[in-house]
Design a protein around this ligand. Structure first.
Ligand code: NAP
Length: 297
């Protein structure tokens, strides 16, 4: 009897019996893994800081002590962790994913990381007979809770289709863009616009306030006009309530702009955004992206 769970195609009536592994229980990972549990999948979880698993264990998740143990027990493993360093550790540490038998497994990395690390990890997975997908997401904690994320996928078509029922639980769409790294590249492009939106909203609010316009009035106009969008609504409310608790931590946009810069994004707007968020990061790393407003006059 092999000590790993062989991958079962998902287009069977036993789809819900597919053993799922989840690594990374931060602001996004907890609600995302929670949705898979609610959908009836058996989910095992690992997180560097074990205490963050408590709520999911109450909901029926099983705890494992390492990525190596997780890949042994499960057919599909999701990652939702901070950055390239975290991904590298989860794959390559002593008890990392690559220390175990990976044959037939699918690893889906939903973190916002570089195309480069995805290409490296995909190559290592392929050598061990496993598939790797990069599948970062657009949307924040609210969309993660609702299962309405937008998922952008890089990697082979076959594993993408095999995990599509799981993407359908996590998001409202999952689009395959091309080979490994294509999802990461799209995500970096989208987050460069996110940085410009956040900075643009913050600068607009500060300018209007300095002209004597009530912030609540300005936001009401914005949210009813042609420029209204979910981001402006949510972040506008945060500004009004002076509540900068992170949904998307400011340190993560600094990471993403840094990655986009490495991939060649050098436009004047992107450079200004990067410099502004980098300066804000000294004080506001753990606060929300829109806390950048505190650095503007
Ligand atoms: P978060 O709350 O900061 O959680 C980060 C997770 O990564 C935690 O589980 C953390 O473990 C783990 N981690 C960090 N460094 C690690 C390491 N060296 N080894 C092992 N685990 C490590 O982040 P998040 O907001 O959930 O975001 C997760 C990813 O999704 C990021 O790439 C982010 O850019 C992206 N994203 C976030 C949002 C959002 O709105 N929040 C939206 C779209 C995409 P510990 O608990 O042990 O620290």
């Amino acid at each position: 009897m092999p000590n790993f769970v062989a991958f079962q195609p998902f287009n069977t009536t036993k789809m819900e019996q597919t053993q799922i592994g989840w690594i990374g229980l931060g602001k996004m990972g907890i609600p995302m893994a929670g949705n898979l549990i609610k959908a009836g999948y058996p989910v095992s979880v690992y997180n560097r800081n074990q205490a963050k698993a408590d709520a999911l264990l109450q909901e029926g998740a099983a705890w494992v002590d390492s990525p190596a143990e997780l890949i042994q027990k499960t057919a599909v493993v999701f990652l939702m962790v901070s950055d390239d360093v975290a991904v590298n550790e989860i794959f390559n540490a002593e008890n990392g994913l690559l220390s175990n038998n990976l044959s037939g497994k699918i690893i889906v990395n939903m973190s916002t990381v570089s195309p480069q690390i995805s290409k490296e990890m995909a190559e290592l997975c392929q050598q061990k007979g496993a598939s790797y997908l990069d599948a970062p997401v657009s949307g924040s904690v609210k969309q993660a809770q609702e299962g309405s994320l937008v998922i952008m996928v890089g990697g082979e078509e076959e594993p993408t289709e095999q995990v599509r029922p799981l993407f359908d639980v996590l998001g409202k769409m999952a689009l395959r863009l091309g080979p490994t790294g294509a999802g990461n590249a799209a995500k970096l492009a989208i987050n460069s616009l996110l940085a410009l939106y956040a900075l643009g909203l913050a600068e607009t609010v500060v300018f209007a306030r300095n002209q004597g316009v009530q912030v609540a009035d300005l936001l009401q106009l914005l949210n009813n006009g042609a420029l209204s969008n979910v981001f402006t609504k949510i972040k506008g409310d945060a500004i009004l309530q002076d509540n900068y608790e992170a949904a998307f931590a400011l340190k993560h946009i600094v990471k993403d702009l840094g990655l986009a810069k490495k991939e060649g994004l050098q436009s004047p707007l992107a450079q200004t955004a990067f410099a502004t968020f980098e300066a804000a990061n000294n004080q506001l790393a753990e606060e929300d992206i829109i806390a950048v407003i505190k650095t503007l006059d």
